[in-house]
Design a protein around this ligand. Structure first.
Ligand code: PMP
Length: 431
């Protein structure tokens, strides 16, 4: 029998039928996306969902933003890739990032966030001649080996080495130390013991890959102090927080300035653009500077179409009340969710920051470290989100994943989300 549906055809030629391991969602293996528009996407069966998953975060303005789409189309008519020299667009985008993000004196463009964090670690090792990297349980920094461990770990794996993939050299995993987030004593002890070997500390300043853990200011400051004292490189991975929570990222909000910053996602509103920026003396170690030792390359870096997308996105973020809108809707969602959980007597914490929200099915208070999230009832978390789908509301039905509001979401969408929640939570409790 020849395959009939698109998902059946996909399964025959694409392993598992999807192009990212993060898209393999139990119960959604036959989801075929047909189109996107504003706050929604429509599947091949004609079902339209209000989209709070938002592709893991890029479309802060909403899908198919008209200005972004027009800028990309215009660039595509005028110029594509040459692979030599530089374009004025790249220069203007770099100038804009340098102006907006406190830590960034110089910046290089990549196509993805993973490439930005990869090169951040490479240059940190190049600059310090040291081996070790410190990361935190619950943080995700992309698919490369040094950081491919201890993201969402089972309870018995917290505190142990927990790779997310096979095929990684053990010596690479051994060179990454994993600490609990928001734990100042653990940081101090690690620096006391290994400080002279630590090339870099990398973190999501707000670990959004497990929903939302808000950082204590003193924790961020202690990282700044310890890395400065030991001569290691402090890397903020602002792939999610950057431009979404503030134009200058979490470093602008906290006042703690890292040495290097990885960026991506919201800067291109869905087009593949990432960036790595930071102190000039570190950035000038990349081989884009004559004679410099840390190799840096990428055929598509600074592609005119994605640069145009980033320009149009940053322009809109600065000329329209985007942050005001998404912060207001995010707050309304968190308040509304908390009221519903109280009304229904469900132990749950409506958490998040700005445009990001997540409901953990556990008693309060709000989590501060990954271990706190082990109290979350994963089957309720996923069950609730599966029920939301029946109401046309899409929050990714995977444990601990965050949701996002965009500039395209409306007050009516928030009302619909809250009524869907009331019904979905009742149904989830009933089973
Ligand atoms: N860092 C963070 C904080 C991320 O959330 C992600 C992607 N989810 C990455 C890095 C990797 O970015 P990309 O998928 O664009 O390689």
């Amino acid at each position: 029998m020849p395959p009939t549906s698109i998902s059946q055809r996909a399964a025959q030629v694409i392993p598992g039928g999807v192009n990212s391991g993060q898209r393999l969602i139990p119960g959604l293996t036959d989801l075929v996306i047909a189109s996107t528009e504003g706050a929604r996407f429509t599947d091949a069966k004609g079902r339209t969902y209000t989209d709070y998953h938002a592709a893991f975060g890029p479309p802060l303005l909403g899908h198919n933003d008209p200005e972004v789409a027009a800028a990309v189309a215009e660039a595509g008519r005028r110029i594509d890739l040459t692979g030599v020299g530089v374009t004025e667009g790249e220069v203007e985008l770099a100038e804009e990032i340098v102006r907006l993000v406190p830590s960034v004196e110089k910046v290089l463009l990549t196509s993805t966030g993973s490439e930005a964090t990869f090169h951040a670690l490479r240059v940190a090792r190049a600059a310090t001649g040291r081996r070790l990297v410190v990361k935190f349980q619950g943080c995700y920094h992309g698919w490369h080996d040094s950081v491919s461990l201890n993201v969402i770990s089972a309870p018995d794996k917290v505190g142990a080495q927990d790779p997310i993939s096979t095929g990684i050299l053990p010596e690479v995993l051994d060179a990454t130390l994993v600490l609990p987030f928001n734990d100042i004593p653990a940081v101090r002890q690690t620096f006391a013991e290994y400080g002279a070997d630590i090339a870099a500390v990398i973190l999501e300043p707000v670990p959004h890959n497990v929903g939302c853990l808000l950082p204590d200011l003193e924790f961020l400051q202690s990282l700044r102090d310890e890395t400065t004292k030991s001569g290691s490189v402090l890397i903020f991975d602002e792939v999610i927080t950057g431009f979404r929570h503030a134009l200058g990222g979490w470093q602008a909000i906290s006042g703690v300035t890292p040495d290097l910053t990885a960026m991506g996602k919201a800067i291109g509103n869905g087009y593949p653009v990432g960036a790595l920026g930071g102190r000039a003396e570190l950035m000038e170690l990349f081989s884009t500077t004559p004679g410099a030792p840390a190799f840096f390359a990428g055929t598509y870096n600074g592609h005119p179409s994605v640069v145009a997308a980033a320009h149009a996105t940053l322009r809109k973020l600065q000329t329209e009340p985007v942050h005001e809108h998404v912060f207001r809707l995010g707050a309304a969602i968190r308040t509304g969710l908390a009221e519903i959980f109280t009304e229904l007597g469900v132990p749950a914490v409506a958490h998040g920051y700005g445009s990001v929200f997540v409901s953990y099915f556990m008693d309060g208070p709000a989590p501060r470290t990954y271990t706190d999230l082990l109290r979350n009832d994963a089957s309720r978390f996923i069950g609730y989100r599966r029920r939301l789908l029946e109401h046309g509301v899409f929050e990714l039905p995977l444990n601990l994943k965050r949701s996002h509001v965009s500039y395209a979401h409306t007050d009516a969408d928030v009302d619909a989300l809250l009524s869907a929640t009331r019904a979905a939570v009742r149904d989830t409790l009933a089973v």
